[in-house]
Design a protein around this ligand. Structure first.
Ligand SMILES: [Zn+2]
Ligand SMILES: [Zn+2]
Length: 216
């Protein structure tokens, strides 16, 4: 028995209307929001399917922007950060307006230039509870915050930790001119080591939050 319903056909690719761009399963796409004032939604294409009248439907897995998450945007979230959610949906392929690239965090930090189509993802996100995977990430600097790739940091030659210039009482211009940098702990005689901490990412009451799905 065939698993597909009668009249439905899996497609290998879909051509975005009015462009020469081709979307295939596994690609990341920008989708037109119903409210045109909002930035486009970002999704990963799972499957493309045409019905008997050649209407193309796309099964997607949504990426959430930090402001769309239950915990909201935090100081360490990058401007181009996305969370890979557990929220799947079926949409008309007409809502696809472009393609984008969602990089791993490591690859994103190595990009020479960040183009409008470049995003990154370091967390998976549970849409119902607001929980993140991984749940804890490394922290840096005196302020003990996770790394935000949009913020300049300088590395201490002593402890190898990374620091925000502002947390060290420097301007960004001063930090850029530095050839050597020692943090205040390493430059003082007192060599008490700071504990290696991690940052708890998920909202503390994640299990108490009602399950809410975004309306599309
Ligand atoms: Zn800092
Ligand atoms: Zn140091």
């Amino acid at each position: 028995m065939a698993k597909t319903k009668p009249g439905k056909k899996d497609l290998d690719s879909y051509n975005i209307k009015g462009t020469n761009k081709v979307v295939r399963p596994g690609d990341c796409v920008l989708m037109r929001p119903s409210d045109s004032d909002k930035p486009p939604y970002v999704a990963k294409v799972e499957k493309l399917e045409a019905d008997h009248r050649n209407n193309v439907k796309v099964r997607v897995r949504w990426y959430y922007r930090p402001e769309e998450s239950i915990g909201g945007r935090r100081q360490f979230h990058g401007a181009k950060e996305l969370f890979l959610s557990d929220h799947f949906d079926v949409q008309s392929a007409h809502t696809i307006e472009g393609k984008c690239i969602v990089h791993s965090f490591k690859n994103y930090t190595k990009l020479e230039n960040v183009g409008p189509e470049d995003y990154f993802c370091r967390f998976e996100y549970k849409a119902a509870t607001g929980g993140f995977t991984p749940d804890r990430v490394a922290v840096y600097c005196k302020c003990e915050m996770p790394y935000n790739p949009d913020d300049l940091m300088v590395q201490c030659e002593g402890c190898k930790d990374w620091f925000h210039p502002s947390c060290m009482g420097m301007t960004i211009e001063e930090a850029k001119k530095l050839e050597h940098f020692l943090c205040s702990d390493c430059s003082s005689e007192d060599d008490t080591k700071r504990p290696l901490n991690s940052f708890h990412v998920s909202p503390p009451d994640e299990l108490k939050v009602d399950s809410k799905r975004r309306k599309r």
